[in-house]
Design a protein. Structure first.
Length: 384
């Protein structure tokens, strides 16, 4: 079937579900800490660690060393894999065709001109690929260990390309220390006492580079709402505006550090699922006219208990990260009965699925999936 997806609510016909194979560790280096700054800065077990330098060149070598490894409990990974397979099965039971990425067959590291990094499996596949109609757009990653993540999707993308899809790769950043804009972390309250004052120089420095994730984009037919909080995001948004000129309208917002799909999601035309009224105030004016369903406050007993050394990478609002199968049907974490009841009161049918360790692995149901085919022939104008 031909690639076709303009929004998050039209009837879902084909989807890619991520893979958790060989997810064994988090790597504490500059890009990881900047990306997850809001979460890491609030964890007492990491508060007193020196924030920089974590990455520094060895004697006589201009390349950057890798970061400190933080192993993940094997039981968590096994349970994660079980839950990912359950998500795929739930979608298949709803008559959705499920594609899977190539798995990470062994733990491995890669090196570029500027740095080495451990490779992450293609789990949160929403993050680095933006589907707009019949076009695949691979976005420039913000975390070094995810630099080659879309390579695991090549087989699926190749099939769509052969069926007529357009396939675009945004310019890839070099990702030296000087590539990252640390201003969001520097102006945010709290966090590590020592900020990034003197990044290590590299012969490959080019200044700030474009880095932006697809999960910073809310797709609304002919319109895209994009979160921009750093110079890296702004450059990526500039590129998208020029590339999509005449086809899509872009609305910039500045509501969070990076991703917005645990802050606001569009469930159907005219209806949004929103984290809080404060988030609603930051939406573009046309979207403020839509009906808003405010997510219930997360309940602490909805999450597993973890040790101090376990890295928690999302806010408690991660379960707002639902996946719409159509305008009436929504996949929701089974640990959130109050969220399900809230959606059902607004006329939705909820499909409960198990997803235990979403906070450890940085993603919910929306993050773990990439819808490639939704019914519909052209982008609609919902905001004029």
């Amino acid at each position: 079937m031909q690639l076709n997806s303009y929004d998050d609510w039209s009837p879902l016909e084909e989807v890619i579900v991520g893979s958790a194979d060989n997810y064994t560790t988090h790597e504490h280096e500059l890009s990881f800490k900047l990306f997850f700054y809001d979460q890491l800065s609030s964890q007492s077990s990491f508060y007193d660690q020196q924030y920089y330098p974590v990455v520094s060149p060895p004697s006589g070598d201009t390349r950057l060393k890798g970061g400190v490894q933080s192993p993940i409990n094997k039981r968590y990974v096994e349970e994660l894999s079980e839950d990912v397979e359950g998500i795929a099965q739930a979608l298949e039971s709803l008559s959705v065709k499920v594609h899977r990425p190539m798995p990470l067959t062994e733990v491995t590291r890669v090196e570029t001109l500027a740095w080495p990094a451990a490779v992450l499996p293609p789990l949160n596949i929403r993050d680095n690929t933006l589907i707009l109609g019949d076009e695949i757009i691979e976005t420039p990653p913000q975390v070094r260990s995810r630099y080659f993540e879309t390579q695991f999707l090549k087989k699926v993308f190749q099939d769509y390309f052969q069926d007529g899809a357009r396939w675009t790769v945004m310019p890839r950043p070099v990702m030296t220390d000087a590539s990252f804009d640390p201003s969001y972390a520097q102006r945010s309250p709290g966090g590590p006492a020592e900020f990034i004052e003197e990044p290590q120089s590299s012969p490959y420095d080019t200044g700030f580079e474009m880095m932006i994730d697809a999960a910073q984009c809310l797709r609304l037919g002919k319109d895209l709402m994009i979160n921009v909080s750093t110079a890296n995001h702004a450059l990526g948004c500039d590129w998208l505006e020029r590339h999509l000129e005449g086809r899509f309208r872009i609305h910039r917002v500045g509501m969070t550090d990076n991703h917005i799909d645990s802050m606001v999601l569009a469930l159907r035309p005219g209806t949004l699922l929103v984290r809080t009224p404060r988030v609603a105030e930051m939406l573009p004016e046309p979207l403020r006219k839509w009906d808003m369903i405010f997510a219930p406050e997360p309940e602490i007993n909805a999450f597993p208990s973890y040790d101090d050394n376990d890295l928690v990478l999302t806010s408690p609002y991660i379960d707002l990260n639902v996946l719409s199968v159509d305008e009436e049907t929504v996949l929701v974490n089974e640990a959130c009965p109050e969220l399900m009841r809230t959606l059902e009161r607004h006329g939705f049918t909820t499909v409960p699925v198990r997803h235990r360790h979403r906070r450890l692995f940085g993603g919910g149901l929306h993050c773990f999936t990439l819808d490639t085919v939704r019914r519909g022939s052209a982008p609609e104008d919902y905001l004029s």
